[in-house]
Write a protein of this length. Structure first.
Length: 202
């Protein structure tokens, strides 16, 4: 009877299975965004809260990416990491890659299950935004080339040049307003991201 009680207790704790972690990193130098960017953030946050109410969700500016690495290190020490989803836009996509490298450097063994990149832009003093490190299992990149100010990076690949676990698509818009932000908005508004997550996690 004691053995049964102990097993039930262990199965009820988060340390056995860990918590699902959803990180969203915003781009832009001064964290100023178009209305559709803010709409995209709200769509994603509501999706996570509605479908993964016990998950840990954070939406931060790309400059603060190191705080996520410190947080993951703390979760790892407590054996509290479950599945990890990264979503990054513009410089936020760049710093999502930096976060993955930071996890490797800190010997955090957990894999990043899904990484969603929207119109990635190279940020100075960071590793390449389109070279996917080994601890990212699946990566998806959507980009556009119509915006005359910002054009997203393509040719996402592994360090050996191969595209294992990587999917990439170029988007073409009829509505040419806020195209850099529209990449993320369209993929969330059309439920593309949500369907991928639900397929992999449910």
């Amino acid at each position: 009877m004691k053995t049964i009680t102990i097993l039930l207790f262990l199965c009820s704790t988060t340390s056995v299975f860990g918590k699902d972690i959803f990180y969203m990193m915003r781009g832009n130098l001064f964290d100023r965004h178009s209305p559709i960017h803010k709409d995209a953030e709200l769509i994603y946050e509501n999706f996570v809260k509605d479908n993964f109410p016990q998950a840990h969700f954070r939406n931060i500016h790309n400059h603060k990416w190191r705080s996520l690495c410190d947080e993951l290190e703390s979760f790892h020490q407590k054996n509290e990491i479950g599945r990890i989803v990264l979503l990054g836009h513009s410089w936020g996509a760049q710093t999502s890659i930096s976060l993955a490298h930071c996890m490797l450097k800190k010997n955090i063994p957990n894999q990043i299950d899904l990484y969603f990149s929207f119109d990635p832009v190279h940020k100075p003093f960071h590793k390449s935004a389109v070279i996917v490190p080994s601890n990212i299992e699946q990566a998806f990149n959507w980009y556009q080339r119509q915006d005359f100010k910002v054009k997203g990076l393509s040719n996402m690949r592994r360090s050996d040049g191969l595209k294992r676990g990587i999917s990439e698509s170029k988007l073409i818009f009829e509505n040419t307003q806020w195209m850099h932000d529209r990449v993320m908005f369209q993929m969330l508004d059309e439920q593309v991201i949500q369907k991928i997550i639900m397929k992999e996690f449910k």
